[in-house]
Write a protein that binds this ligand. Structure first.
Ligand code: FAD
Ligand code: 2OP
Length: 803
């Protein structure tokens, strides 16, 4: 039984509504949100006025904002902003300088012209520009000693020497890290809480590290959390739980496979780790918050919280908390879940309400996965409304919640103050952001604020830093807009509902649903949400059916009877070596001539079909693959040894190939009328070539197999397909499906046989008009020699190689 099979037990979900909520349309969710938002109308005037005061205050003290100004100068929508991001990213990630320089050069070499910006630059802006341009200069020196890339810097900085500039550049990148990280060690950070300007604030330490890829990394992060708890307890001594420093942890740091498909393993292995940390935190008088991460981990994180929250050793402890993201469509559903859990266990949860730090990647990932929905809202104003509705719910249930409002947005802060009245809560801010706003709040509103303070070394900083750069550079972000004095205050101090209603549509019109990603050009392949237990149950059933039908009988699919067969052999699953999945009949090279003759006959009639007819056949094929997606996924798992996720991607890629070539064929195969300068009629028409032999590899047994075939068929060629010897079953089922879609048996034939004999005979055959091959470089070299020596027209040879 394949490993993935054991992950199909997802019945009895404790929070079924969360699976439904995410699939509701965004319009539906917004409609419900707005009904809950009515309470805000009577507050909006005061909120707007106070927000204005806060923003005025933030803007008067521009000196302090210098570093942020640098980032706001380089907005992410500008080339410099992107270069800055790449620069920091590459320097942190790439271990050797040589490679880092090459990447930096690649990303930034278009920027030199921007140096001539007319406005005066602050020192840090100069350093930023310097960093970007220095990389160009440095690299150009290597390629061309005579290039004087340094000139612009000299103009900018006077006569400073290269080593100084270089050091400045490194300083800049370090400074970028220091902006957001409180210290390299917990000891240093704890000491700083006493002396730095943040004295007076509360702290929540975040030991940098996330998305562990190995058990060793996960162990290292666990150790660093444990160590931090011990050290923090010395500072917590005697303090009230909420005044003492707290610890923020990321579950993805604690397990290398923290994902829904590995739920059973995660619950078994990760829950004890979180419990151990929570028990230690309780002993040490420290509160513990679980950060919120990617949307597809949400339900799993709740299941973990549910288990930890009901641990007897943690009873009567108010220190367990989690972050809840307002940009998720399921935000209010999560609060309902927590109310339930609170009622069951008598526990009060600390809830850190955030808007969410992964918006860009949520959108991209949903598109890449081809989901039928986005888990997050597509308009910033909806996120703001969702935040305020959630805040209202938190403030109105003090039995279940201790609210912690994490935001740097002055309007959101003003709203919370207005909504809360005398109720108990705390604000939270990130280290290196929102200082001016909260200095003002602490002084004038006497509300506590906790600083989320990352601790660690630069190797662990990258993902966190990228999120902060995105947040500071995004053109929707409050901190970015507030730093721009010229921007109309109105927009930053207006009720988000009014702003939303001013938009053309409540759902962002430039962010199509993943299914509509290619607009009218073609349909995106349907997908599955592998974090949805209902989907997984359907898949499990399909897998059972497929397994029950093994071993299947598999043979070549040719239009004429095969004369000579090799002995049949049993094919076993690579996942489970005693599971016979197919009985395969191979042919010998003696049949190749017959097959090629039939293919030639097929070509004679197929070449006369229109591009439109062929495109429709491919689209029918795509539809059939979609209809039988579960079955093909099962075959990819059982025969190809794929994981569920890879099997899904494999089938989707095959479907996308069909639709992509249909679309391209319709466009490219149209006849073009050319100029006729002497009155003649010149028409350019593309013709198919004849019989294509397609030879595909085992590692993409469906996607590459189908990709090669569909391109050749769309062009009007006949195809003889020979799959890898390891994966005949997938190929057999795929070709049967294509015959069902309407490709005739002489136009498209499947040959199962030995590469060294049957494959060789196929490419040697005089009828071969083209070959598409994916495989090893050695085999391709050998094939190229055969073609070079072959009599007759040159054979086009499309080869994708590796190894
Ligand atoms: P604003 O500028 O008012 O809002 C920015 C928000 O709007 C972002 O969430 C962004 O994704 C969203 N947004 C932007 N464009 C759109 C759009 N087109 N459609 C919908 N939404 C959009 N984040 C986490 O994910 N997990 C955590 O555990 C977490 N912990 C945090 C702890 C603290 C103490 C703080 C201060 C922040 C934390 N964050 C966390 C990060 C937080 O999500 C961001 O800092 C926050 O979203 C910024 O919100 P804002 O109110 O300051 O800014
Ligand atoms: C992040 O890591 C702060 O948890 C938030 O981006």
């Amino acid at each position: 039984m394949p490993e993935s099979h054991s992950h199909f037990s997802h019945k009895d979900q404790p929070y079924p509504w969360l699976y439904q909520d995410v699939q509701f349309t965004e319009e539906q969710v917004i409609e419900n949100l707005l009904q809950d938002f009515n309470f805000f109308k009577e507050l909006e005037e005061n909120v707007s006025r106070n927000a204005q005061t806060f923003i005025d205050y933030i803007r008067t003290d521009q000196k302090k904002l210098r570093f942020q100004n640098l980032m706001h100068t380089y907005e992410l929508s500008s080339e410099e902003g992107l270069a800055l991001l790449s620069l920091s990213e590459s320097l942190l990630r790439i271990p050797d300088r040589e490679t880092a320089y090459k990447l930096i050069y690649d990303k930034t070499n278009r920027l030199s012209k921007q140096l001539d910006r007319p406005e005066p630059l602050s020192f840090l802006e100069k350093v930023g520009k310097l960093g970007i341009h220095l990389s160009n200069w440095f690299l150009d020196q290597k390629h061309n000693e005579n290039q004087s890339f340094l000139k612009p810097f000299r103009r900018l900085f006077g006569g400073v020497s290269e080593p100084v500039i270089y050091r400045t550049f490194l300083y800049f990148v370090k400074k970028l890290g220091h902006q957001f990280v409180m210290g390299e060690t917990i000891e240093k950070a704890l000491a700083l809480t006493k002396i730095d300007p943040h004295n007076g604030y509360r702290h929540s330490f975040d030991m940098l590290g996330e998305a562990a890829l190995t058990a060793e990394d996960a162990d290292r992060y666990f150790e660093s959390y444990t160590y931090a708890l011990h050290k923090m307890s010395l500072y917590a001594n005697g303090k009230d739980l909420f005044e003492a420093p707290s610890l923020s942890i990321k579950l993805s740091a604690l397990h290398p496979r923290y994902e829904f498909l590995k739920k059973e393993r995660v619950l078994k292995e990760l829950v004890p780790k979180v419990e151990a940390l929570a028990v230690l935190a309780k002993q040490k008088g420290i509160a513990l918050t679980l950060d919120a991460e990617e949307a597809d981990r949400l339900t799993l994180s709740l299941e973990i919280i549910q288990k930890v929250a009901s641990l007897p050793a943690l009873q009567d402890w108010d220190g367990l908390g989690l972050a809840v993201q307002a940009y998720q469509k399921r935000c209010l559903g999560v609060l309902d879940f927590l109310v339930n859990e609170s009622e069951k266990t008598g526990r009060r949860f600390c809830v850190r309400l955030v808007k969410g730090a992964y918006w860009d990647s949520e959108i991209k990932r949903a598109q890449e996965k081809g989901l039928s929905y986005y888990p997050v809202f597509t308009r910033k104003n909806t996120t703001d409304i969702s935040y305020l509705v959630a805040a209202h719910k938190l403030l109105n249930n003090d039995k279940a919640f201790y609210p912690q409002f994490a935001t740097h947005n002055a309007y959101t802060v003003a709203s919370i103050l207005e909504m809360a009245g005398e109720r108990d809560f705390e604000f939270q801010k990130l280290y290196g952001m929102g200082d001016e706003l909260y200095d003002y709040i602490l002084k004038n509103h006497q509300r506590p604020c906790r600083v989320y303070a990352p601790i660690g070394v630069h190797q662990d900083l990258l993902p966190y830093l990228v999120r902060r750069l995105l947040e500071n550079g995004a053109n929707t972000s409050f901190v970015n807009l507030a730093a721009k004095n010229e921007l109309d205050l109105q927009k930053l101090t207006e009720n988000p509902q009014s702003l939303l209603e001013k938009e053309k549509s409540r759902v962002h019109s430039l962010i199509p649903l993943p299914q509509k990603l290619y607009g009218n050009a073609r349909q995106n392949s349907k997908s599955k949400d592998l974090a949805d237990p209902h989907e997984l149950e359907l898949l499990a059933k399909a897998f059972e059916q497929v397994e029950a039908s093994f071993p299947l009988s598999v043979h070549s699919l040719t239009s004429k009877k095969i004369l000579k067969r090799e002995e049949t052999f049993s094919k076993f699953s690579p996942n489970s070596t005693n599971l016979a999945i197919a009985v395969v009949e191979k042919i010998t090279e003696q049949d190749v001539d017959n097959i090629m003759n039939e293919a030639m006959k097929g070509f004679d009639h197929f070449k006369k079909t229109s591009a439109e007819t062929r495109a429709l056949l491919l689209e029918k094929t795509a539809d059939l693959f979609e209809k039988h997606m579960n079955r093909f996924m099962a075959l990819c798992v059982y025969e190809g040894g794929k994981t569920l996720q890879d099997a899904l991607s494999e089938v989707r890629e095959a479907i996308d190939f069909c639709r992509y070539y249909a679309e391209q064929g319709r466009k490219l195969l149209k006849s073009q009328t050319l100029n006729g300068p002497t009155g003649e009629n010149n028409v350019l028409t593309l013709y198919p070539r004849g019989v294509f032999v397609c030879i595909s590899p085992w590692n993409f047994p469906l996607a590459i197999f189908i990709g090669q075939i569909t391109a050749a068929l769309m062009a009007g060629n006949a195809v003889v397909a020979k799959p890898a010897e390891q994966t005949p079953l997938i190929a057999y089922e795929a070709i049967k499906l294509m015959h069902e879609a309407g490709f005739s048996k002489d136009v498209l034939q499947l040959v199962l046989g030995q590469g060294s004999t049957v494959g060789q005979a196929l490419i040697n055959h005089p009828f071969v008009a083209g070959v598409a091959f994916t495989g090893s470089t050695a085999v391709v070299k050998h094939m190229a020699q055969i073609f070079a020596l072959k009599e007759g027209p040159i054979v086009p040879f499309i080869a994708e190689t590796g190894g």
